[in-house]
Ligand binder design. Structure first.
Ligand code: PEP
Ligand code: MG
Length: 829
């Protein structure tokens, strides 16, 4: 008995040969007719059941009561649209009647985004049904006769119940799972063998020869699928299908690329608490709970003279302690200590305390009152960056009160190798407890850009922040696995968890040892591409540390280090001395000095900026510098004076348009002329705004290099304030949107042959390096302590595999998925 298939769409019917895709044109999936749609609703071509409905909503298949299976595939490459523009109107398993609407789609949007709108209507079980009549080369309305099918009495293929039976698991690297095109290829491959081949996913099993059965498996990228083959040539069939499934089948993923294992999704298990990665790394050890002890102070003083003397004595003592810490410190620790020294000498604070002492308060009570008035004033500004700095005020308060009352501060008693678990930490507490050599830090509060986070990163101390109240459930001494690569802590891990974690730690340790041994060697990828590993620094002390780690230069001198926490701007001579010192410390190596990056989260008292509703979108970086030519020109002169000429390059922060680069270049060239400096000076731009990333070709036409500031780029791409703890959990530079911006920057900059570096925090994240290199980044500027390891990671990569890995990362749906992918990649090393 014949079966009439009516058209599922209004449009123009044509032969499959007209479809510009060999899978359909060569009938790999089966015979049928193609329709160029003029309507926007796909309707049922016969009475039957919906067998598959792709999650992207672009393809549906139905089975008739007679057993005919028909696939309707709306457009070509529409799986990439990930559901955008498609509205499914049915669900799998639903019974439908001819003419019932199945999928509605946005004709214009899909036409713009897809390779073609042509919609193949395919009989996928061609071994059971042949087409006896078809309508082609004419206009057709929905529900008008399209094909007539007749059952075929095909000789039954010999199905071997005996013979070899083999099976193998494979993880799919197809970016969109098995959709129509890969299903056709698998079917074609399976038909070349005698053996029965089935694919199993979970509790679903499908014949590899049946497109519909394969689609019905509902697979996605990273799923584990078991291939089963039975028959005389089972082993060869199995090998062929497994190889096909492990490849990308031309869909954009690499052959034999590492792919997301089913178990590596980043969902939390019971016994795990998630957090925001403040400093990447792994740590294993017992919990050391730290609870802030309240320091009680007497309200009434013993007389103004005595209390004043006590306050000044305490101030001198605390000042000396901070200075001592600052002396041994570099990088972040040094800058926090500088900030604390400035606070403790703050004339307003001292005057406010003095007023309270005169009014009869004790020194401690007066100091506490003065600090809290300041805190209230900062809170009233509503500026989240300033609010984050309240920690420093509280820190100074505690240090002073501890000294005044003779109270020991918490932190010093943490056992070595423990994982510190606390509500929050003050910067000085962290510096103190770091001496006890803890293995890691877990904080209920805090944000990834707080001082504590920056300090942890600088110390190489793995840390998670913003972990919330769940952290209260961790008992003192509980065994913990801190995974600051995936962003969670595991409480009371199983033996298997411990073993797997230990193996990862051992690998890291081996990498660190190898890294140290080869720290001074130049960095090339395994296939010989030069990747420069630089360091981010603020001072000559940092430069020395970086050089000792093998830094091949500095990709970011944070010059604002010289400008912050002081009353007046540094003079040209002072700046010149600082830059010269750095240049000499990094003798012969490139030094990229970033122009003053003030505003937003980095306010300076002597650069008044009117209160702004959105400081991150206001007077920041080069906008401030261009508005203050006096400051900018002083700084540029100081840089130009550094000898040897040309060693120092200039980098412009927060660029949003070519015009800013032109203005800076004009100033540099004018000053070079005035100062009679012959050596040309390279000028690069930071890519921190989506505008800079998307116009990287325009910038590259005029800039000497581009360096991506992933900290700011992330906040602007994701529209999440980098300093706002409320959104801290989402601020992850591994978000595919940020990675795509980085990829675009590299692609566009290459048009003019300019190199692209990364100087934001992502360059110090071991999980990110293979992706960055794969995206085309050729310079990484990391925290000094990570330089040697960064070199070692790059040495272990070939560009081919890094590119393949990066391609997969761009297809991930979240930062968590990218991190899981990065972990899977690392496990293949
Ligand atoms: C960045 O934004 O990534 C960067 C390197 O600059 P900042 O000092 O703002 O972190
Ligand atoms: Mg920045």
């Amino acid at each position: 008995m014949s079966l009439i298939i009516t058209s599922p769409l209004r449009g123009w019917a044509s032969a499959l040969d007209s479809v510009p895709d060999p899978v359909f044109a060569q009938r790999m999936m089966g015979d049928g007719v193609a329709i160029q749609p003029l309507g926007d609703t796909v309707v049922a071509p016969f009475d039957g059941e919906v067998v598959t409905l792709h999650e992207a909503g672009h393809a549906v298949s139905l089975r008739s009561a007679e057993g005919a299976e028909v696939l309707i595939h709306i457009g070509l490459d529409t799986v990439m649209l990930k559901g955008n523009g498609f509205t499914p109107l049915v669900v799998t398993g639903q019974r439908v009647s001819r003419g019932d609407p199945l999928i509605r789609f946005d004709l214009d949007a899909v036409a713009l985004a897809a390779t073609s709108l042509i919609t193949p209507v395919i009989v996928t079980n061609a071994e059971s049904f042949a087409i006896s009549r078809r309508t082609v080369d004419c206009a057709i309305g929905a529900c008008e006769a399209l094909m007539t099918l007749v059952p075929v009495q095909s000789e039954t293929r010999r199905r071997s119940d005996d013979g070899t039976s083999v099976e193998q698991a494979v993880t799919l690297s197809l970016p969109h799972g098995i959709h129509a095109r890969p299903a056709a290829r698998i079917g074609e491959a399976a038909r070349a063998f005698e053996a029965d081949v089935h694919l199993v996913k979970g509790d679903k099993r499908g014949d590899a020869r049946s497109t519909v059965a394969l689609l019905a498996l509902g697979t996605a990228f990273g799923d584990e699928v078991v291939v089963q083959a039975r028959g005389d040539d089972a082993e060869t069939a199995l090998a062929a299908i497994v190889a096909l499934l492990a490849s990308d089948m031309g869909e954009g993923a690499p052959v034999a690329a590492p792919c997301l294992p089913a178990a590596a999704t980043n969902r939390l298990r019971a016994g795990q608490i998630g957090g925001v990665i403040a400093a990447p790394g792994l740590a294993m050890g017992p919990a050391a709970r730290l609870r802030q002890t309240e320091i009680a102070v007497a309200r009434e003083g013993k007389g103004a003279a005595e209390e004043r003397a006590a306050l000044l004595a305490a101030r001198n003592e605390v000042s000396a302690q901070i200075e001592a810490r600052a002396e041994d410190a570099s990088g972040g620790v040094a800058s926090v200590m500088q900030a604390h020294l400035a606070l403790i000498d703050d004339p307003e604070l001292l005057a406010a305390a003095e007023t309270r002492i005169v009014a009869g308060s004790s020194a401690g009570f007066a100091w506490r009152g003065a600090i809290h008035d300041q805190i209230d004033a900062i809170r009233a500004t509503g500026n989240s960056h300033l609010i984050e700095r309240i920690d420093d005020l509280v820190d100074i308060e505690r240090q002073m009160l501890a000294t005044l009352t003779g109270t020991a501060l918490d932190g010093a008693a943490v056992p070595a190798g423990a994982i510190v678990v606390a509500e929050d930490l003050l910067p000085s507490q962290l510096v103190t407890l770091a001496a006890a050599k803890p293995a890691g830090i877990c904080l209920a509060r805090g944000g990834p850009t707080s001082h504590v986070a920056i300090l942890c990163a600088g110390m190489g101390l793995p840390a998670l922040v913003a972990m919330g109240e769940a952290l209260d459930s961790i008992e003192d001494g509980a065994p913990l696995l801190l995974d600051a690569e995936l962003g969670h802590v595991t409480i009371a891990p199983s033996l298997a968890d411990n073993a797997a974690f230990t193996e990862r730690l051992t690998k890291r340790e081996a990498r660190r040892t190898a890294a140290q041994a080869a720290a001074k060697d130049a960095c090339h990828s395994a296939d010989g591409t030069r990747i420069e590993i630089f360091a981010n620094i603020g001072t000559a002390k940092d430069a020395a540390l970086a050089a000792a780690q093998g830094a091949e230069g500095s990709g970011l001198v944070r010059s604002e280090f010289l400008f912050l926490d002081r009353e007046t701007a540094p003079s040209e001579d002072e700046q010149h001395a600082a830059y010269q010192d750095i240049a000499e410390t990094l003798a012969g190596k490139p030094v990229i000095v970033r122009l003053l990056d003030i505003g937003g989260d980095k306010p300076a008292a002597y650069i008044p900026i009117d209160a702004e509703e959105n400081p991150a979108l206001g007077q920041r970086g080069i906008r401030v510098a261009l508005a203050r030519p006096d400051l900018l020109e002083t700084q540029i002169r100081a840089i130009l004076r550094v000898r040897p000429g040309g060693q120092c390059k200039i980098m412009i922060p927060m660029v949003a348009s070519v015009d800013e680069l032109r203005q800076v270049r004009a100033i540099v060239e004018r000053l070079r002329g005035e100062m009679a400096i012959a050596a040309p000076v390279e000028i690069g731009v930071m890519v921190e705004t989506p505008a800079a990333a998307m116009t990287a070709d325009l910038l590259a036409a005029e800039a000497d290099f581009l360096s991506i500031g992933t900290n700011d780029l992330t906040q602007y791409v994701l529209a999440m304030d980098r300093g706002n703890p409320a959104v801290a959990a989402g601020v992850d530079a591994m978000h595919p949107a940020v990675l795509r911006m980085i990829g675009e920057t590299c692609r566009l900059a290459a048009v003019h042959g300019r190199w692209v570096g990364v100087c934001g925090g992502l360059a110090s994240d071991p999980a990110a390096l293979p992706i960055l290199v794969g995206l085309g980044v050729t310079e990484l500027s990391a925290v000094p302590g990570f330089v040697a390891e960064a070199k070692q990671i790059v040495r272990g990569l070939t560009l081919v595999e890094a590119r393949a890995h990066a391609k997969l990362a761009l297809q991930c749906k979240s930062a968590a998925e990218v991190r899981a992918l990065a972990r899977a990649f690392e496990e293949t090393r």
